[in-house]
Design a protein around this ligand. Sequence first.
Ligand SMILES: Cc1cc2nc3c(=O)[nH]c(=O)nc-3n(C[C@H](O)[C@H](O)[C@H](O)COP(=O)(O)OP(=O)(O)OC[C@H]3O[C@@H](n4cnc5c(N)ncnc54)[C@H](O)[C@@H]3O)c2cc1C
Length: 206
Amino acid sequence: MVEILPIQADETKKGTARRDASEEGNKQGKAIPRGVVVLDGDGEPCRSCTSFRDWAAMTRKKIASPQSNEPPSTAATTTATSLPPDCPPDAEALGRSTWTLLHTIAATYPTAAPPEKQAEMKTFMNIFSRIYPCWVCAEDFQRWMERPENKLVPGQEGGHLGGRFSFGQWMCGAHNEVNRKLGKSEFDCRRYEERWRTGWAGGRCD
Ligand SMILES: Cc1cc2nc3c(=O)[nH]c(=O)nc-3n(C[C@H](O)[C@H](O)[C@H](O)COP(=O)(O)OP(=O)(O)OC[C@H]3O[C@@H](n4cnc5c(N)ncnc54)[C@H](O)[C@@H]3O)c2cc1C
């Protein structure tokens, strides 16, 4: 059973700004409960804010089984439980791809970043946190970035932007914040380099 996230739905009908609505509905940074569909600024279901399971349940979509090459109209249909790879991403597929990009950026950041690189990265992360298509995710991420201990300050002695190690640990902390919110286990940030730059000790990525 799927429901529409009520505050967004009501506020959208009223034409109230999306940001105001979301601040009320999402102030605590809670994970979006399963079975809840988030709306976008046009009052349409926000696909990139919703897991495919909930999306499929909401749209009652029947799609061709992923093994089949036949078009959906003729193939045996099955209730979709996972997203075919050539479809627009849901919140999970978008998240996985985005973390891959963000962690790879962090893992290839200079070991000691010059001031202009630091300023560039702060600008990138600020813009990223405003344009990430899952807007409920983005707003929580912005709030996390605004906490004094997480602020990106170019040129700051011992700051998060100083070099690859510190920036990687910051990114790892950002991801762990989302992991905690979603009830997932935290990643061991001591293994960040192995996961995102060198490959695991033992050589199975070589
Ligand atoms: C900025 C941002 C905010 C998000 N906010 C939300 C949200 O509010 N609600 C929501 O439902 N989804 C959110 N997502 C998506 C969510 O984080 C996951 O990407 C998605 O649920 C898929 O999870 P997953 O278990 O496949 O692995 P992911 O969490 O996508 O992780 C991919 C891989 O990264 C590695 N990894 C895991 N944790 C860390 C870490 N701390 N540091 C380094 N590497 C790590 C692991 O090897 C893992 O397999 C957000 C994504 C982003 C980029």
